[in-house]
Design a protein around this ligand. Structure first.
Ligand code: HEC
Ligand code: HEC
Length: 338
């Protein structure tokens, strides 16, 4: 899973929850460069979506998957096994079958598709992660350990539910906590700084947003700079020397991050909201609002029970093999500075 820890930038005029900091007209070079990059290129005359096998050289197991979904699918595989691309691929030659791991993975893809077809009406139920759980070597034997305790007792969880407020109350308090809808709507740009954690390694990340829904993030990762840009409609991400155009599910996920007026807009973006008990984050009790809608991957919002602000957001990107989670943590302190 990708984890992002965002903090506010000290020079901000108004800082509100969701680490929505800003107010300052942010016109830095990075933003200009990145938005130029995010402009929609001239569309080719033929706009039929390509299949993976048409765009890539050596597709056998993932035939029929839209080409734009191939890279997100690879990210899902990597996250499920807790590995990097080079676990299966030789550098820059993704089509080569030199590594045994890639060949095994191809059999595993076929196995997953077959299991889901045969036992789950073709729904994506069993995934790489069902067995692998972040390791290349799934454990087939039950583990005996003190902390492997079962789920909470019935009574405990129903009591916890009974004391929870309704979702409207939680979301109303959120809007009030960030300063109210009117103050929020005055903010046109926002800059955030933080750390991104991918497979246990941390990298600095900077985020620039422009109302209502444009966003660019720049992070320094191992092999250079990685830029993600979303202009409200389409988006791109760079990976090494390559540029990947966001797939439809990646765009839906990017929209959640890019939404400047998220505290107000979240109610329009999803249809159903359920409040659940949340775990304590940095010593602060939280509750979770689980948001969902038809055809949308779920969204989990962790609210601080004290100040009502959002402290964690977990969203998912749908791929043909499973959902890729992204967790965004917002700072406990520093949400309200002058
Ligand atoms: C666990 C093994 C595994 C990992 C990790 C993995 N891949 Fe793959 N990758 C595969 C397999 C298997 C295929 C071939 C799929 C098929 O036959 O349909 C493939 C195919 C590809 C292709 C198509 C190449 C071509 O031209 O045929 C690209 C591009 C690719 N992977 C990129 C990535 C990237 C980027 C990452 C890291 C985010 C990654 N892969 C991680 C197993 C892996
Ligand atoms: C039903 C359970 C199950 C599912 C689902 C599953 N795997 Fe596996 N996988 C295993 C087992 C068991 C092994 C053998 C583990 C070992 O060698 O220690 C394995 C081994 C592998 C290996 C070889 C690891 C190595 O170090 O050689 C790769 C690569 C792999 N799986 C990829 C995948 C991918 C990609 C997916 C999803 C498309 C997937 N697996 C789904 C059970 C599963």
């Amino acid at each position: 899973m990708t984890k992002v820890y965002l903090g506010v930038v000290p020079s901000a005029l108004v800082v509100i929850g969701l680490s929505l900091c800003a107010g300052i007209a942010l016109r830095c070079t990075a933003w200009r460069a990145a938005t130029a990059f995010a402009r929609e290129p001239d569309k080719p005359a033929d706009d039929t979506p390509k299949m993976a096998e048409q765009q890539f050289k050596n597709i056998q197991a993932l035939k029929g998957v839209p080409a734009e979904q191939l890279v997100p699918t690879m990210q899902f595989i990597s996250a499920s096994l807790g590995v990097e691309c080079d676990f299966c691929h030789v550098d820059r030659q993704m089509d080569k079958d030199d590594k045994k791991e890639k060949q095994t993975a191809r059999k595993m893809i076929a196995m997953q598709l077959a299991i889901n077809r045969a036992s789950f009406d073709g729904k994506v139920q069993v995934t790489c992660h069902t067995c692998h759980r972040g390791s290349a070597h799934p454990v087939g034997t039950p583990i005996l350990s003190a902390d492997a305790g079962g789920p909470h007792s019935q009574q405990e969880s129903s009591e916890a539910h009974a004391n929870l407020p309704g979702s409207d109350q939680v979301l109303d308090k959120y809007v009030v906590s960030v300063g109210g809808a009117d103050v929020l709507k005055k903010i046109k740009t926002r800059k955030e700084k933080g750390t991104m954690e991918v497979s246990g390694q941390q990298f600095p990340i900077e985020v620039y947003c422009e109302a209502p829904d444009k966003r660019v993030s720049i992070s320094q990762i191992r092999n250079g700079r990685s830029v993600t840009a979303f202009n409200g409609e389409v988006g791109w991400l760079t990976m090494g020397n390559r540029v990947h155009r966001m797939s439809t599910p990646e765009r839906e996920a990017a929209r959640v991050d890019a939404e400047m007026y998220f505290p107000v807009r979240v109610r329009e973006m999803y249809e159903e909201f359920q409040v659940l008990p949340g775990e304590s984050l940095e010593g602060h009790a939280t509750m979770v609002v689980a948001a969902s809608g038809p055809g949308q991957p779920p969204l989990r919002l962790y609210f601080d029970q004290g100040n009502g602000l959002l402290s964690r957001l977990v969203r998912y990107t749908e791929t043909p093999l499973g959902r890729v989670p992204t967790q965004i943590d917002l700072p406990i302190t520093g949400r309200l500075t002058g």
